[in-house]
Design a protein around this ligand. Structure first.
Ligand code: NAD
Length: 394
């Protein structure tokens, strides 16, 4: 039954993210009117948007209510977050509530088990099917990878001791920086385009052969490796390489990498450790002053041997390895705005006639709904939690 817009039946709560370094907020003020039109009211914890430069007053002006964290958790039927819910928030949750975020359930299946135990419906945007065109506007992996690819180039340029563009001045001519981007997905293509716009000479590489055209369309040259066969996987992603393929890839890349000033790595395989692309030997071959930015660096490892998430390692040979960590959080206004648009699109899909409806048979919901009615219903996550998979999530 439809509800009048003046009496929203669904309340979305927005709380402050508490993960270290996290500056994003799940819903920005400009999204509040669109949510109101969909019959959704928004309740915001004071200060939730301040690290992304969205003051409480902007939320109030847009029509959101402000309430303390506990009250938001108690009154909201849906809690929208960016990352995983903080332990204090989980402690306040009750059966029937919905939690939306990028919950990384394939990496942290235990959280799914915990949320199912409470009876919370967990919706994780990182499970969204990428090939369903209706889902594009909800694609938070894309919106955030886009920010990460852009920021990776700025981080590299900031640490690099020379200019990116060729500069001809009375004091001499500088040659442009040569930049290699490994992985030509969303982040990689954005990094290539951004480095090009800064004037660098850019080369891109991916195991999926169809990326050649995309690499060239952003003004970069495609690096062709002879040792690795095409590695197209499912859903537009790459497949994991065999051990032999990986060794051959690393060896061939090592020979190439020495001639680049800056290497930005973005390679991922869903639900797996990021592939190791740049060996210690390859790093050793680089000139002093070279910079590597590893976007895949996390507690699971990274694309560059020796990279550590959120840290910069300076090798004895003067090469800087930057473990990028959470780059979207470092561009918090743009990243939050894009993410918020993704949340609005998702909620517009889920809330019909003032009621939030969970339908795991729907092709989009099948990807994002992880737990419902006390059960982990996402097959891949449930498989990780099955007794035979205990102790090994990858
Ligand atoms: P991702 O983050 O999973 O991986 C980044 C890139 O790393 C991918 O291009 C992958 O091929 C590459 N990679 C993996 N292993 C590698 C290796 N060993 N060596 C070199 N490269 C390796 O990918 P993503 O950026 O999320 O994008 C995945 C795909 O989904 C892309 O094809 C993208 O264009 C597509 N996509 C489609 C839509 C849509 O149609 N709506 C939206 C978003 C993304």
């Amino acid at each position: 039954m439809s509800q009048p817009a003046s009496e929203p039946a669904v309340t979305v709560g927005v709380v402050k993210e508490t993960a270290p370094g996290e500056r994003r907020v799940a819903v920005v003020p400009e999204s509040i009117p669109a949510l109101a039109r969909a019959g959704i009211r928004v309740l915001v914890e004071p200060g939730a948007g301040s690290a992304a430069w969205f003051p409480d007053s902007a939320y109030e002006r847009a029509g959101a209510g402000l309430a303390g964290r506990d009250e938001v958790a108690g009154r909201a039927g849906v809690i929208a977050g960016v990352g995983t819910p903080a332990p204090d928030l989980i402690a306040c949750l009750r059966a029937g509530q919905v939690v939306i975020g990028m919950l990384r359930p394939l990496v942290q299946p235990e959280l799914a088990r915990q949320l199912a135990g409470i009876g919370v419906t967990a919706i994780s945007l990182d499970g969204l099917p990428r090939t369903v065109s209706r889902a594009q506007s909800m694609d938070a992996l894309t919106s955030q990878a886009n920010v990460a690819g852009y920021k990776a180039v700025l981080v590299a340029a900031d640490q690099f001791g020379r200019f990116f563009p060729m500069l001809i001045t009375a004091a001499g001519t500088s040659r442009p920086a040569s930049v290699l981007v490994l992985g030509a997905g969303v982040a990689g293509l954005q990094a290539m385009g951004t480095a090009r716009r800064l004037g660098a000479v850019v080369t891109g590489y991916d195991v999926r052969p169809q990326t050649r055209e995309q690499v060239e369309s952003v003004g970069a040259r495609f690096l062709q490796l002879a040792s690795v066969a095409a590695a197209e996987g499912e859903g537009g992603y790459a497949r994991a390489l065999s051990a032999g393929e990986q060794t051959a890839q690393q060896a061939e890349l090592a020979a190439q990498i020495a001639r680049f000033d800056v290497v930005i790595t973005t390679a991922q395989v869903p639900g797996r450790r990021p592939p190791l692309l740049v060996s210690a030997e390859a790093v050793k071959g680089m000139q002093a002053g070279s910079v590597l930015v590893d976007l895949a660096a996390s507690d699971l490892g990274g694309n560059v041997e020796g990279s550590v998430a959120d840290q910069t390692v300076l090798t004895g040979d003067g090469v800087r390895i930057i473990g990028a960590g959470n780059l979207p959080a470092q561009v918090p206004t743009a990243a939050s705005t894009a993410y918020s648009h993704n949340i609005v699109a998702l909620l517009a899909e889920l809330v019909r006639g003032g009621t939030l409806t969970i339908d795991p048979a729907d092709e989009i919901q099948a990807g994002v709904v992880v737990t419902h009615q006390g059960t982990v219903i996402h097959p891949a996550v449930a498989a990780l939690l099955a007794p035979s998979a205990e102790g090994g999530t990858r």
